[in-house]
Ligand binder design. Structure first.
Ligand code: G3P
Length: 219
């Protein structure tokens, strides 16, 4: 499973990109607002140049015609832009058209397996099931990933990738990988938590202390 970072904050993307673990970025209107990205095009182009992998930029139109217009514009910004389209009737119409034009679509706000199947059949490049928001309503987000993975595996014509979104904690990353997600998009804070372990810290402290002792003995 690959990892994307779910933020529009350039400094955070720069920092985490150095770790060598992320191959794409997802944004949405909420994340762009949180990053106070007033020049959205500039931010998205900079992220694309840095990451050199898929960068999701979401439409805000709700009608198919508007979505298609926006999508063409965003796709013209950079070859790595993937257009995020919400799972609605108009979203499906737009996805089908954009797929025919060779514009990659990340179909977002996926909360059941049929929505994912419809997105795939319409030509979506990614589907984004929102794990954390399903957990929030007392269901099991990871069950959805498992169902979608099974459905996609059963149809060799489906090449759509499962992009697990709304990841809230490190365990979600592990479980998404086991459940068959192709990618998990994670907030920077979750990635930072996931790389830490108290035994790593304690082990490192001990190694360094023992090394210092050895140096002092040798003097
Ligand atoms: O990628 C979608 C993500 O940004 C939504 O996360 O935590 O708002 O449900 P959350």
């Amino acid at each position: 499973m690959r990892l994307f970072v779910d933020t529009a904050v350039l400094d955070e993307i720069r920092e985490i990109h150095q770790w060598g673990i992320i191959s794409g970025v997802t944004t949405n209107p909420t994340l762009l607002a949180r990053a106070a990205a007033t020049n959205v095009k500039d931010v998205i182009v900079q992220i694309c140049d840095l990451v050199q992998g898929p960068v999701s930029m979401e439409v805000v139109s709700t009608d198919a015609e508007g979505m298609i217009r926006e999508a063409r514009e965003y796709a013209s910004w950079h070859k790595h832009v993937v257009v995020k389209i919400p799972m609605t009737e108009d979203g499906l119409i737009a996805t089908r058209q954009l797929a025919q034009e060779g514009i990659k679509v990340n179909m977002t706000l996926i909360f059941n397996a049929n929505q994912a199947l419809f997105a795939a059949l319409a030509g979506a490049y990614f589907v984004s099931p929102f794990i954390g928001r399903i957990d929030d309503i007392s269901w099991e987000g990871m069950t959805l990933i498992r169902e979608i993975a099974e459905i996609f595996r059963n149809d060799p014509n489906i090449t759509t990738q499962i992009l697990a979104a709304s990841i809230r904690h490190p365990r979600h990353i592990t479980e998404a990988a086991k459940a068959g997600a192709h990618i998990a998009t994670c907030p920077p804070a979750v990635l930072r938590k996931a790389l830490q372990h108290p035994l790593t810290d304690r082990g490192l402290e001990r190694f360094l202390a023992d090394w210092r002792k050895l140096q002092e003995t040798g003097k």
